[in-house]
Ligand binder design. Structure first.
Ligand code: SF4
Length: 472
């Protein structure tokens, strides 16, 4: 594994050259390809196993996702599907429908399929109170058998968390938590309407360790208003002192056309491209000198953490929750806007509470739209996943899986000589074409989305409308 404490120089010009809008590839094809021709019945068939599986595979165990959209207050940088609400009866009503959806999904899934992974995201899942957390946990446990190596993670907002929330999560089987932090500088926190002290966050980390949570992740965002390379370096040192098992360092996706509240951010206060690049590269170098591995695009894990071990085993995968340790699981999403990945399909749930409740009242899976992958999509998804998760692609394995020679199948992509082509990236030292493999070089890891874009057959159709964020 290449060390990132040894990146020779910050090649700002090279990174700027490739800085453009592009997908984050939590799916391939990405969500703009989903269409409303894919409906509840299509998703039902995927759940029952009546749709063909990718590359003739067999049904594996399950990963369940629960979307809890409610938040206490609005963070101005937010890009999630969330609802600011403290109306407890509204939140409890939504919870009752999540429980109904568990039962409906379960009725279509074969009994012998075990639950291997669970993730609650949002919004703020811990906007549920401890009793509601236990209620949802019990509903899941009474519908599914857990696999022996079951892992469960929950996104946490430390600002409204009590020890009772953590105890309820732990009792419900959660062994991993992910804390939103973003930046510790008071000026930055004020500019994004998220005031959260170091003491508060460090206290939650301590309590989680006392209760026995196995893995703690801290989320950071660079590119926020009033951030400077110096201020972010100070935040990072404080985060490293808390010694989390994983760190996620996200690029702020500033999309004022898509999220009206982004307009509240004073764009002149945001760091410019050179400062952003400096924050990114210096942060990667610093984190890696403290015993973390740069897992991929935006994640770091300690060498012994499950994410690093999964990368070593070749099991690392990328899905709607980001990097995942379990390749090949079907992801079944619950709650508004949740996206499932089952067999060779993607399926997104309805976006409003009203529509979602109505579908479940009618006993119908609450599908808004979806997509069934073609053979070509499956082949390209395999290549993009290998690049994003493992930074190399072995041609022999590709041929064994797909029945195609890589050089023949991707002859047009390999022959292209445009500014965003593989040939151009090879000349710039981002990738190397070996006789038996395609290899991503250390600087190429910063531009991994751009490299993946070379294999994306849907991109030309979707890039204009999708509102993708910048790749740097
Ligand atoms: S807590 Fe998370 S989901 Fe809620 S507004 Fe803030 S960033 Fe968005």
């Amino acid at each position: 594994m290449a060390s990132f404490s040894t990146i020779p120089e910050l090649d700002v010009e090279l990174l700027k050259k490739y800085d453009r809008a592009g997908p984050r590839y939590t799916s391939y094809p990405t969500a703009p390809a989903f269409h409303e021709g894919f409906q509840s019945e299509d998703f039902r068939q995927a759940l029952t196993g009546n749709k063909p599986l990718p590359f003739g595979g067999t049904n594996r165990n399950l990963s369940l996702y629960f979307h809890i959209p409610f938040c206490d207050t609005l963070c101005y940088f937010c890009g999630c599907n969330m609802i600011v609400s403290n109306n407890r009866s509204r939140i409890n009503h939504y919870l009752q429908y999540l429980i109904r959806e568990i039962g409906l999904n379960r009725s279509h899934i074969a009994d012998n399929r075990k639950l291997e992974q669970l993730h609650w995201g949002g919004g703020t899942p811990t906007h549920l109170n401890p009793e509601e957390i236990r209620t949802l946990g019990k509903a899941i446990a009474s519908n599914y058998d857990f696999a022996d190596d079951f892992e469960a993670s929950c996104e946490i907002d430390p600002r409204e968390l009590t020890r009772e929330h953590l105890e309820a999560l732990h009792e419900s089987g959660f062994n991993r938590i992910s804390l939103g932090l973003q930046d510790l500088n008071p000026q930055v926190q004020k500019a994004v309407n998220r005031i959260q002290s170091l003491e508060l966050t460090a206290g939650i980390v301590k309590q989680a360790r006392e209760l026995g949570f196995k893995s703690i992740n801290i989320d950071l965002i660079y590119g926020l208003p009033r951030q400077t390379p110096g201020s972010f370096a100070a935040t990072l040192e404080q985060v490293l002192e808390m010694d989390p098992d994983r760190i996620a360092l996200f690029n702020f996706a500033y999309l004022p056309k898509m999220f009206k509240h982004h307009k509240v951010i004073i764009s002149e206060e945001m760091p410019g491209p050179a400062d952003k690049l400096e924050i990114l590269v210096r942060s990667v170098q610093r984190i890696c000198t403290r015993g973390y591995r740069f897992i991929g695009m935006d994640h770091f894990a300690k060498e012994g953490d499950e994410l690093a071990l999964a990368q070593d085993r070749g099991d690392l995968y990328r899905n709607f929750q980001g990097y995942s340790t379990r390749k090949g699981l079907d992801v079944v999403a619950h709650g508004i806007t949740g996206i499932s990945q089952v067999g060779r399909t993607y399926s997104q749930n309805l976006k409003t509470e009203k529509e979602y409740f109505e579908a479940l009242d009618a006993g119908r899976l609450p599908t808004l739209k979806g997509y069934e992958l073609t053979e070509d999509d499956l082949i390209r998804r395999h290549v993009i996943t290998e690049i994003m998760c493992h930074f190399h692609l072995e041609f022999r394995k590709f041929e064994e899986l797909t029945g195609h020679r890589f050089k023949d199948y991707f002859a047009p992509e390999l022959a292209s000589s445009g500014p965003d082509s593989l040939a151009s990236m090879e000349k710039d030292g981002l990738v190397r074409r070996n006789p038996e493999s395609l290899e991503i070089l250390p600087m190429g890891r910063f531009l991994i989305r751009n490299i993946a874009m070379c294999f994306d057959a849907h991109l030309k159709r979707s890039v204009g409308a999708a509102g993708y964020s910048r790749t740097i």
